[in-house]
Design a protein around this ligand. Structure first.
Ligand code: SF4
Ligand code: SF4
Ligand code: SF4
Length: 196
């Protein structure tokens, strides 16, 4: 377990060897911005551990930015591509469709796309995501846990005292070296390391 977690700790050296297309495919666009911002000196940044986060929703309300720097990301390798997606649909939704009344996400940030019967793909529009974690909780309760929260470092202004960290009830926020800013889930995180 510890070895697996450390494999999924993605560092800056790994990312620098990857194309931006690969990074975008992983829905971790913040990595690229962070590299530009921090390329000259090592510093400490805030890291969100999705294995400890309890999706209390404070990430969406306590960031100093008008739109939180915390976003939902998706591990496609862990996703079941379920028709009945508990991260996408409201509990008890009467129909499995894309109607606003069926969607769990308060901002409509999750796009549902038909792949082939009976599979659907779910993608996150980062511009609309407020980091509330409702989808993460839904996916973790009945699905595979493929949706999870991360701090996007191209948005985060790296406050000395992060107001989310101060209010986080589970100590899921930590100060870590900028070389290991993310904890990724699934094959996506492992593949980044294996590309070395
Ligand atoms: S360090 Fe500041 S900008 Fe970054 S997540 Fe925390 S409160 Fe938001
Ligand atoms: S439910 Fe919340 S965390 Fe999930 S995509 Fe929508 S805004 Fe983002
Ligand atoms: S404040 Fe902590 S527990 Fe709450 S959603 Fe953010 S990281 Fe998770």
């Amino acid at each position: 377990m510890a070895a697996e977690e450390s494999k999924n700790q993605v560092n800056r050296r790994d990312i620098m060897r990857l194309s931006l297309n690969t990074i975008a495919g992983l829905t971790i666009g913040g990595v690229a911005g962070m590299l530009i911002k921090n390329s000259s000196s090592e510093e400490m940044v805030w890291q969100l551990d999705p294995n400890i986060c309890i999706q209390c929703e404070k990430c969406s309300t306590n960031c100093v930015l008008p739109l939180s720097a915390v976003k939902c990301v998706h591990s496609y390798s862990m996703c079941g591509y379920c028709d009945l997606c508990s991260g996408y649909l409201e509990p008890g939704a009467t129909s499995r469709d894309t109607g606003a009344e069926s969607q769990l996400c308060p901002t409509g940030a999750i796009k549902r796309t038909f792949i082939e019967d009976p599979y659907f793909e779910y993608t996150i529009d980062e511009k609309l995501c407020i980091g509330c974690g409702k989808c993460v909780k839904g996916c973790g309760s009945f699905g595979n846990g493929s949706l999870y929260l991360q701090v996007q470092h191209d948005r985060c202004v790296n406050c000395n005292e992060c107001s989310i960290a101060k209010s986080c009830p589970s100590q899921a926020y930590r100060r870590v070296p900028a070389s290991t800013p993310y904890i990724l889930r699934g094959d996506e995180g492992v593949k980044l390391v294996e590309k070395l």
